[in-house]
Design a binder for this molecule. Sequence first.
Ligand SMILES: Nc1ncnc2c1ncn2[C@@H]1O[C@H](COP(=O)(O)OP(=O)(O)OP(=O)(O)O)[C@@H](O)[C@H]1O
Ligand SMILES: [Mg+2]
Length: 482
Amino acid sequence: MPTRTERGGPFPTTVSAAPNKDFFVHMLVRDIELGDAILDLLDNCVDGIVRSVGESLKKDKPYAKYYAEITLSPKKFEIRDNCGGIPLELAKTKAFHMGRPPEHREDAATVGMYGIGMKRAIFKIGQRCEVMSKNKNDAFEVEITKKWLSEAENWDLPIRRLDPNEVTIDGTTISIDDLKPEVARKFDESKDAFVSDFRTFVSQHYALILQKGFRVKVNGVKVDPVSFELLGAPSVLTKKSGPRLTPYLFQGDIGGVDVTVAVGLYRRLPDEDEVEAEKEERASKDDAGWTIVCNDRIVIYKDKSRLTGWGEAGVPSYHGQFIAITGIVILHSKDLWKLPLTTTKRGIDQSSDTYAIVKDYMREGTKYFTKFTNKWKKFPDEVKKIYKSSELMPLDSIIESIPPSARTVVRATSKGVNSATRYAPDLPQPVAGSLDARVSFVRPKSSISILGEALFDDPDAKPADVGAACFDRVLRDIEDVK
Ligand SMILES: Nc1ncnc2c1ncn2[C@@H]1O[C@H](COP(=O)(O)OP(=O)(O)OP(=O)(O)O)[C@@H](O)[C@H]1O
Ligand SMILES: [Mg+2]
């Protein structure tokens, strides 16, 4: 006999797990910052290029012919690119789907993998949108309206054919209006810093792509990439080069992902005052820390937390003394599921086995330089001499200066390292029993100020300078008496 519910109806054999449109339109957008959502649209442009140019990505400037122009204003958002466009077949079946069907896997070094970025960005920004695209002989326009957003059961979007002769460029334009009030406020350049902050954000997160030739304009202003450089030896190294200030380098294949890890110094070590300033967060530490790149997209920028190995497994926690240390991890794979990408593309999936192994090498490299700064902090004048024989070099030049013959081969492990080489720097050490020693003591600020005024006519003179001047003066007096 069939079971009955308390109210007397037949007991159900299934419950509904159908998606709610509201989940995508109003809820999912809370997981992503506005700037990250716009970067998702830029990611799609670059993915478009990667699909179009394929193997010639290995060229020096593979993105040179391509651009994206972003317009942000309180009335309208637009992103226009010439990156190949959306193929009509893809638009019909996959591009506008919420979530990628499992059979839509690609064999290209893109970052699009979840099938949500474009839609989530549109829903985050506004309530009416037109996506216009031309790919080869097809041109079309898909419209998303406020009405469609509120229609729970309607999952079809109208598509309109455009005359391909009228749209000359293979590319995509996404125009959004009826902006959400909080977004419109941020896009008002005269009242909010979002637009200029967003340019900085692109210059950081798109640094590699911009260096490889891609051009991005935000409200008509070109975005220039930030550079990544490390102090290295300008000559080509051998195993017998002797102590030099050079970065740590690891390159290899871990679990099917091409990995490069480089860490070193990018500036002189901080003096005592600067370390103090760091503690009080007065100094800029923007350039210290780890940057992680997946298929050319920077997903972590200058991180100084446990995420990148600081403060765990023998690496000290980040603090002001380490302001001169920076590192970069470059991960590349045509199989995106092997990369530790999160759905927002601005973070690392920490459960990734590949990342766990990469992190071991990141920590190993970091330790060379935390030890270096520890050893040399007592000898600030001598360490300056070491800097004279090194220079700031871009990563490519660093890699060239450390040829395979200067590296050691890393044994393939069951952990997942398939093949790799590693260069552990032979960093200069302070000579044991050096002639100099550090004098350090604490005195009231008011007294330091009186001495600063007396010695330098400056009550705000640096405590270290005041202390050194007092020392030198007493020494001179004593020597004069002798
Ligand atoms: N500017 C563009 N140029 C070319 N194709 C695009 C562009 N924007 C979107 N597409 C197409 O639309 C599809 C859906 O984009 P969407 O960002 O929603 O998902 P995805 O990129 O596949 O995955 P993810 O959620 O990881 O970004 C893309 O896979 C791509 O085929
Ligand atoms: Mg995408």
